[in-house]
Design a protein around this ligand. Structure first.
Ligand code: ATP
Ligand code: MG
Length: 425
């Protein structure tokens, strides 16, 4: 026998035992987003490689070493999207959605990054994201954060901490960047290889290092908050005021710089200590320059994305999901002509009430073996069709959970009988 083919490393099957948690998250997010008047957008999974290089930044983990890039048959360089913002901005510009309009959009779907797989970190993972265009003030920053807090509440999640920071304007960041480079240069021998490489291309990213040996150096570095421009300071102050008014707790984390180049002003992350090293479940911020950078008109914008796998892990730790998808009815059929009569009867029942969950036994077999399956299915009732029942157009009903007498019900009365008998809500 040949060896069976396995899935690509870091790309997971999501099995029926887990999908109820995914659905809980997806359905709740959609409900909450719609309550805040967001609209859904669906975007391609594959984009031109150039899009990600120009938006995420050439000197970032994603673009340097994590992209799934390939040539198509035309020789065009394409990439499986590593995140959703770039494609969303591209799609909005291309379809004229950012032109003098406000957009509040959400999306969900798979993302791809060639990372080292571990708990909470995969090569195909899934995000639910939100992007807003055309709104410049701190009010929308606050509303989005408040909305995410509501989502956690509705999901029943706790132990999530909000961290916020501001990166200031592009100019303020440039001025700060010079100070940071000077500081890092005076500690050159303490920098790791990645940081040395980034010192001149992308020094802010050094602050985002996960290398424990660099933590002291980083925490002694000049603080971006001390070098902010007036406008960004005000924006950040107002955001904090909105969050205070909403009763949302947060920690200002001056080291929060985010791993992508396009952010300015507000950045935020929701983190938990319950998932080990992969503690960030939701992250985002403002990217006012991105639309123009991709050829659109100057348009303020912001957004965030959450990692579905990490939130599902958290839900599985914290929330009891009771989604009963066991069938109400197991249909047992044995004898000449009973399969056809049974399938037709099931169709009549589906016509009567679309909430009925019916598992029709397929594949034949004795009454005894079918009863075993019926019992295992978790169904409340078994409907039994033998040749006699078909001849007299009745079905025998047996309650599989209570030791009641089996009784015959007329096909014509079966719909009403089941509706009164079963809890269909
Ligand atoms: P991290 O610091 O954990 O690598 P990131 O800053 O690269 O995260 P973002 O690009 O901001 O992540 O993506 C938003 C969210 O998507 C993250 O907070 C996380 O919940 C999730 N995420 C990112 N990469 C992965 C991955 N490889 N596997 C699973 N979830 C991921
Ligand atoms: Mg990452």
């Amino acid at each position: 026998m040949s060896k069976h083919i396995q899935a690509v490393r870091g790309m997971n099957d999501i099995l029926p035992q887990d999908t109820p948690y995914w659905r809980l998250l997806e359905d709740t997010a959609r409900r909450v987003f719609e309550a805040y008047s967001l609209e859904e957008i669906r975007l391609p999974i594959v984009e031109k490689t150039e899009l990600f290089k120009r938006t995420i930044g050439e000197v970032t983990d994603i673009v340097e070493k994590e992209m799934y890039t390939f040539e198509d048959r035309n020789g065009d360089s394409l990439t499986l999207r590593p995140e959703g913002t770039a494609g969303c901005v591209r799609g909005c510009i291309e379809n004229g959605l950012t032109h003098n309009q406000v957009q509040r959009l959400w999306y969900k779907g798979p993302m791809f990054r060639y990372e080292r797989p571990q708990k909470g970190r995969y090569r195909q993972f899934h995000q639910i994201g939100v992007e807003c265009f055309g709104l410049a003030g701190p009010d929308i920053d606050a509303e989005l954060i408040i909305m995410t807090a509501r989502l956690w509440r509705e999901l029943g999640l706790s132990d999530l901490q909000l961290q916020i920071n501001t990166l200031g304007s592009a100019e303020a960041r440039d001025a700060y960047r010079d100070k940071l480079v000077a500081y890092m240069e005076s500690h050159l021998d303490e920098l790791d290889e990645d940081s040395k490489r980034r010192l001149h291309s992308n020094p802010l990213r050094i602050l985002d290092t996960k290398n424990p040996a660099m933590q002291q150096l980083v925490s002694d570095a000049p603080n971006l908050l001390d070098h902010l421009d007036e406008e960004s300071k005000q924006h950040f102050g107002q955001l904090c005021g909105f969050l205070d008014a909403a009763g949302i707790e947060y920690v200002v984390n001056p080291r929060l710089v985010r791993g992508l180049d396009y952010y300015n002003k507000t950045v935020f992350e929701w983190v938990t200590d319950q998932l080990g090293a992969q503690g960030t479940v939701c992250a985002g911020g403002r990217f006012d320059g991105l639309v123009a950078q991709l050829g659109g008109r100057e348009t303020p914008a912001l957004g965030f994305a959450m990692g579905i796998e990490r939130l599902v892990l958290l839900l599985q730790q914290q929330v009891e999901v009771s989604v009963n998808v066991a069938p109400h009815i197991y249909l047992i059929m044995a004898g000449e002509g009973t399969s056809q009569a049974g399938l037709m009867l099931a169709e009549r029942l589906h016509d009567v009430d679309s909430r009925l969950r019916i598992r029709s036994h397929c594949g034949g077999g004795s009454f005894k073996s079918q009863f075993k399956r019926a019992d295992k299915s978790g169904a409340q009732l078994a409907l039994i069709l033998g040749e006699d029942e078909v001849a007299s157009e009745v079905v025998a009903v047996k309650d599989l959970r209570q030791g009641e007498e089996q009784k015959n019900v007329d096909w014509n009365e079966l719909g009403d009988f089941l509706q009164s008998r079963l809890d269909l809500n």
